[in-house]
Ligand binder design. Structure first.
Ligand SMILES: CCCCCCCC/C=C\C=C\CC(=O)SCCNC(=O)CCNC(=O)[C@H](O)C(C)(C)COP(=O)(O)OP(=O)(O)OC[C@H]1O[C@@H](n2cnc3c(N)ncnc32)[C@H](O)[C@@H]1OP(=O)(O)O
Length: 754
């Protein structure tokens, strides 16, 4: 709702009220409209001020409401126009946040006062929409086309100080914003009522109010109505717009909203306000029904849902409190360790970084310092707080004794069980008993690592994604003995590092890598059968992934997987003589990646992998004729008949096998819901957010279709168990393909405990 109140003077205060973020639900909109009409009808009211309850203006339209049938016919735009048309000055007092429809309401007001800590923005693009309450038409009139286009197509939130520089707000205050808004409203009232009185003092007051408001005498509100303002012209508007469109399309990678946001702003540059508004509405409706908006809104809520973690035994925030981390340690300063140290420093957590010897330590130190310098450059003035040259904030050592008083250790050494167990045994003896012992393993058994310590309840997996200081995902893996406090602390740590923590159970590869395995496996099988790396990558990248499996493999290094396969006895010296080249443990196996490694083709680092590069360390992948003939010879050797594989088969075999594994994971209770898998894939594996994550995507394709396709591929490849449809998928299809929200209530006995 919105609360209407009269203050002692002639200012009516309308306070938006819908905790926690004052989202503009139908009730709030109705109350806002009622308040405006009441203020208009009351002759003793001379000005209106709109603010929000609890230090927040508004987070915009109620996102849940977009999927409600009631939304039809309700539009915020006319309400914003109603505010703007008011004959009585309307002031927005912005505290906390003014986002989306919230900012559009403020744009309808004649004046905007913001608290210095407030943030503003039009983030609709991030949920697949555009600012549909005339914001795409008003904002460029207020702050110019380039700045408006930037805010509307990126959705970024800006601080009040930047908003002031852009001219988005009239005043920024450090004190009580509501009082400042009322003060301004009173000055405006005074300026109007004193216009014709000729005392010197009054004329001064009017002058002051005009300077503040930019209103010529006698016309107090006309110039403040943004719909009446012309668009500030650029000398080269056309060229500017074409360049901007290229940039927007490049960043959008298949997501519709940025381009339609662009089109709406373009309309503002070409058409009168009313026609622009009409165009904005048409584009808004296209987005609303596009499917991408649903996916992005699902992703928004999924990210929030995973914060409410639960374990199989029922632990949750209710049963656990996070412990404070006053000092942390990172063991191993390879690529991952460096990024983890950087993330901790950025989160203002003092860090001890440990390496095995001085040589490694010095190399690691240099790399960490370089990363931190770069981060500091990006942060500008805020970087002072990092203070990473201060040894009390960041210390480098080769001595485990330096870890005695830390509250949490993150081990980020080589992926080797024996080495990890040795380290955890050492930590168990050195660290204080309450210290949390985290491992950055990407696949290994947390329980086995914990067995090397005398405090297995303190051991937890914290799987970072490379580059660890950039990627948002933190997969948090609890073992059999992990305490709820350890989980809560890891979740809190993720939040402090501005990452999204997802709690999952312990199994080989956890959630992310376990689902990735069948996807990569299918990609390689497709090469055996007739595809080329560039064909497969193209299909996956056209789907919206940032990078296809082969480009990814070249980037990460083929040697990483090779080492792991050797460790598992799948290839290398430990392979029993007589093992068939393309079979392991009775299942289909492709030795292609091993053969490439044997040729020294490790990917970008060696200048050759699935592609060729300009030099070792080069970044530009080019199809490699050598690899094409190698594949032909390989097929000849193994008598595989080359066939043409179409895009549909490439996409389905890669993605449906990944999704299938997702259903197995859900059935086993490794994750407590499909949202967890989707958040992991969006934030850690480059799954296109506008497709909502693999499990949401499966729900849009339809589970019966996924099942039928898996059945077909499984029949064609009976030696690939990963293509055999999951029992849980079959169960859901048999249950009538229920909506994703209801899947877990159909899951087996284990997960039903969740
Ligand atoms: C029936 C309605 C009809 C409305 C008329 C439609 C006419 C069309 C015209 C205009 C269209 C306007 C479009 C919009 O305004 S779309 C919304 C744009 N706004 C956003 O995208 C903001 C989204 N929110 C955020 O970015 C953050 O939540 C933030 C506000 C910055 C707060 O962040 P933080 O402090 O980290 O807290 P949480 O993110 O955990 O949020 C707290 C809870 O609030 C819920 N929430 C937040 N925003 C919204 C929202 N806009 N609608 C509904 N719910 C919202 C969030 O889910 C959290 O809930 P919970 O605690 O249950 O998880």
């Amino acid at each position: 709702m919105a609360q209407y109140a009269r203050n002692a003077a002639a200012v009516a205060v309308i306070r938006l009220r819908n905790p926690p973020v004052n989202a503009l639900s139908l009730t709030v909109l109705q109350a806002l409209e009622d308040g405006l009409k009441r203020a208009d009808a009351d002759p003793s009211v001379k000005a209106v001020m709109i603010c929000g309850e609890n230090g927040k203006f508004s987070a915009g339209a109620d996102i849940q409401g977009f999927s409600s049938p009631k939304r039809q016919g309700i539009a915020l735009g006319p309400l914003v126009s109603l505010i703007e048309r008011s004959e009585k000055p309307v002031v927005a007092a912005i505290e906390g946040i003014a986002l989306g429809g919230g900012l559009e309401v403020a744009l309808g007001c004649h004046f905007r006062v913001a608290h210095v800590q407030a943030r503003m923005g039009l983030p609709e693009v991030t949920i697949g929409l555009l600012p549909g309450a005339e914001g795409t038409q008003r904002l460029p009139r207020l702050i110019g086309v380039p700045a408006a286009l930037d805010l509307i197509t990126t959705g970024r939130h800006i601080p009040a100080t930047e908003a002031l520089k852009l001219g988005l707000v009239d005043e920024v205050v450090e004190e009580n914003t509501v009082e400042a808004g009322i003060r301004l409203a009173n000055k405006l009232i005074a300026s109007v009522s004193l216009e014709n009185v000729s005392s010197k003092e009054n004329r001064e007051l009017c002058k002051h109010a005009r300077i503040l408001t930019g209103c010529p005498a006698g016309q107090p509100l006309g110039p403040r109505r943004l719909s009446l303002k012309p668009i500030p012209r650029l000398p080269n508007m056309e060229a500017f717009l074409s360049e901007a469109l290229v940039k927007v399309k490049k960043q959008a990678r298949g997501c519709l909203a940025p381009e339609l946001c662009f089109q709406a702003v373009k309309a503002a540059t070409e058409q009168p306000f009313a026609d622009g508004v009409q165009r904005e509405r048409e584009l808004f409706n296209i987005l609303l029904t596009s499917g991408q908006a649903q996916a992005l809104q699902y992703a928004f809520f999924a990210e929030r849902a995973v914060q409410r973690w639960t374990t199989l035994s029922g632990a949750s925030w209710k049963s656990a409190s996070p412990q404070p981390i006053r000092r942390a340690a990172v063991i191993g300063l390879g690529t991952m360790g460096r990024g983890i140290v950087t993330s901790l420093v950025k989160a203002n957590i003092p860090v001890v970084a440990l390496e095995q010897d001085v040589e490694y330590l010095n190399t690691g130190r240099k790399a960490v310092m370089l990363l931190l310098e770069r981060e500091a450059m990006k942060m500008g003035q805020d970087a002072q707080s990092l203070d990473f040259h201060n040894p009390a904030r960041l210390q480098f050592t080769v001595d485990f004794d330096g870890l005695r008083d830390v509250d949490l250790v993150i081990e980020a050494v080589f992926e080797n069980m024996a080495l990890k167990k040795e380290i955890f045994k050492k930590l168990s003896g050195i660290c204080k008993p309450g210290a949390f012992l985290c491992t950055n393993t990407s696949a290994l058994n947390i329980d086995e690592i914990a067995s090397a310590t005398s405090h297995p309840q303190q051991v937890i997996g914290t799987h970072f994604f490379s580059p660890a200081h950039v990627m948002r995902l933190l997969e948090i893996i609890y073992g059999r003995h992990t305490s709820p406090a350890a989980i809560a602390t890891a979740m809190q740590l993720a939040k402090a590092m501005k990452k999204v923590g997802v709690v999952v159970g312990n199994c080989f590869g956890f959630v992310g890598n376990r689902m990735m395995f069948p996807y990569v496996q299918q990609a390689v099988f497709l090469l055996e059968e007739g595809s080329r790396p560039e064909n497969v990558d193209q299909v996956i990248e056209d789907f919206g992934f940032k990078i296809g499996p082969f480009r990814m493999s070249d980037l990460a290094g083929l040697d990483v997987g090779w080492r792991s396969r050797k460790g598992q006895g799948l290839t290398g010296a430990s392979l029993p003589p007589g093992t068939p080249a393309r079979q392991r443990h009775g299942r289909r196996y492709s030795p292609l990646p091993d053969l490439l490694c044997e040729q020294g083709r490790f990917g970008q680092k060696t200048g050759k992998g699935w592609y060729q590069y300009e030099k070792a360390g080069g970044r530009t992948a080019r199809p490699d004729p050598w690899l094409h003939s190698f594949l032909s010879e390989y097929r000849d050797t193994h008598q595989i008949k080359t066939r043409f594989i179409d895009q549909e088969e490439i996409l389905e075999r890669c993605l449906f096998s990944l999704i299938n594994e997702g259903f197995n994971i859900l059935a086993e209770g490794i994750a407590s819901g499909p949202e967890h898998l989707d958040v992991i894939y969006i934030n850690g594996y480059g799954w296109p957010k506008h497709k909502g994550g693999p499990m949401f995507y499966a729900s849009t394709v339809g589970l019966p279709r996924i099942l039928a396709k898996l059945q077909k591929y499984s029949e064609a490849h009976p030696d690939v168990p990963e293509l055999r449809p999951s029992a849980f998928l079959k169960k859901l299809v048999a249950a009538g393909n229920p909506p994703l929200k209801e899947w877990m209530s159909c899951s087996g006995s284990q997960s039903s405990k969740l």
